[in-house]
Design a binder for this molecule. Structure first.
Ligand SMILES: N[C@@H](CCC(=O)N[C@@H](CS)C(=O)NCC(=O)O)C(=O)O
Length: 218
């Protein structure tokens, strides 16, 4: 475990921050949470930009080692401080599957969620059926990946489940109906139960609800 708690610059509703925070909980890793209000430009101060010129949260500082990109942070936590490798298996083929799922979320599933909902949440635009179809296509791919598996990369929970449940829980909070994707629906329930002892409600559900409240204001 680190000599001093790892600093995490975060905001409660931020999806990638929630994934990092839940991973830390599963690993029993203490974080020094630094609230960073991106709505008020706290990520664009000279001090923050010196640390992360890309000005994104989550950003972590582990005794001077700075890292951003949530999935990289989650992998670092397991590699550096995991009691074992179960959240991010060392075996090359198992790790490759986890990496594929992490990249699928970053570049496809979460991205398609963002393309549909960011204009609605932050610019009050109308629901776009074409973008919704793209998102549903990605959910169909996730459904196929889950065929015969309890968790997204196999029979155990990994950081890929944690990143993907954040995306799915956003959809849930926003009232998106993904129940036609049976494997996704069953995995969601299973993974919620698995993460419940690690602050799932406090960290993830509360954060997703704050995000969804931007929608309900209109
Ligand atoms: N792919 C990044 C995304 C990070 C990101 O875009 N975070 C948002 C908040 S959820 C942010 O910092 N936005 C402010 C900005 O980009 O200036 C990750 O997973 O960490």
């Amino acid at each position: 475990m680190p000599d001093q708690p790892i600093k995490l610059y975060y905001l409660p509703p931020s999806p990638p921050c929630r994934a990092v925070m839940m991973t830390a909980r599963v690993l029993n890793l203490e974080l020094d949470l630094v609230l960073t209000d991106i709505m008020n430009g706290e990520h664009k101060t000279p001090e923050f930009l010196e640390m992360n010129p890309q000005h994104t949260i989550p950003t972590m500082d582990d005794n001077g080692f700075i890292l951003w990109e949530s999935r990289a942070i989650m992998a670092y936590f397991v590699n550096a401080y995991g009691a074992d490798d179960s959240l991010y298996p060392e075996e090359p083929k198992q790790r490759a599957i986890v990496d594929q799922r992490l990249n699928f979320d970053l570049g496809t599933l979460f991205l398609r969620y963002l393309k549909l909902y960011a204009p609605i949440l932050f610019h009050g635009e109308a629901y776009d059926e074409t973008k919704a179809k793209m998102l549903d296509e990605a959910l169909g791919w996730l459904n196929s990946m889950l065929e015969g598996r309890a968790f997204v990369a196999g029979d155990k929970l990994t950081i890929a489940d944690i990143t993907i449940i954040v995306t799915i829980s956003n959809l849930d909070a926003l009232g998106y109906d993904f129940s036609a994707h049976e494997n996704v629906k069953n995995w969601y329930e299973r993974t919620k139960t698995e993460l419940e002892p690690y602050g799932y409600e406090e960290i993830n559900v509360n954060g997703a609800n704050i995000l969804a409240s931007f929608l309900k204001k209109d």
